[in-house]
Design a protein around this ligand. Sequence first.
Ligand SMILES: Nc1ncnc2c1ncn2[C@@H]1O[C@H](COP(=O)(O)OP(=O)(O)O)[C@@H](O)[C@H]1O
Ligand SMILES: [Mg+2]
Length: 203
Amino acid sequence: MGGNILYSRGVENTQLVSDVQRLIENLGQLPEPVAEPVFIVVSGLPGTGKSYFCSQLAERLPVIILESDALRKTLFSSPGYSSQESLRLFRACHLLIERLLKKGVSLIFDATNLSERYREYLYSIAERLDVKLVLVRVEAPPGVVYERLKARQENSETKSDADWKVYQRMKPSVQKIRRNYYAVDTSRDTTPVIDKIVRQVSR
Ligand SMILES: Nc1ncnc2c1ncn2[C@@H]1O[C@H](COP(=O)(O)OP(=O)(O)O)[C@@H](O)[C@H]1O
Ligand SMILES: [Mg+2]
C-alpha cells in the first residue's frame, strides 16, 4: 500500500482497522464464499440509477452490494462529505473489498467511481487477487436524472444525499474508463446488459 496516494503509514492504521471492523459488523448476510469470486464495479453520476441497477443485478447473482452511501453512514452518522471524510471512507472500502474477495465473497462496489486514477486502485485489487473484474458505466439522460433526483429527495428510503446540485458539481469529474466495460442507459430496458453480465460472470 506504501506508494499509493490514498495510503500513509502510521497511527491512521489503527483507525482504518477499526473502521473496517465496524463496516464488517454491519454488512448483514454474506453470500456463500466461492472459489472464484467476482468483483463488479459500477461508475456513474448521482441519480443515474447505480443503486437501482445494483439491486437488479444482485437478484440474479450471489453477491453482496457495498454501497458507499450506506457505508459512509455506518462510519459517520451525520456525514459532512468533506474530502477527509471521503478519504477515510474509501480507504476502509478498499480494505473491506480486499478482505471479502480474499474470503471468496463476490461483491458489487456501488459508488460514483468517476476518476480513472481512483478506479486504478480497484483494478489493482482485482489483479493482485486474480479475480474477475466487471466494470459497468451507468448513465441516464440529464433530464431523467433531474426528475429522479427531485423524486428521490422526497423518499426517505434512499441512502444517498446527493441532489441535482451535487450532480452538476460532479459532472466535470467524469473520466473515460480505459478498460472494457458495460455501458447501461437506465432510462431504457436494462435486462439485456444484466443478462450479458450474468452470462460473463457464470462463465
Ligand atoms: N431503471 C430505473 N427505473 C426507474 N426508476 C429508477 C431506475 N433507476 C433508478 N431509478 C430511480 O431514480 C432514483 C435515483 O436512482 P439511484 O439508483 O438511487 O441512483 P444512484 O445510485 O446512481 O445515485 C431512485 O429514486 C431510483 O428509484
Ligand atoms: Mg446510489
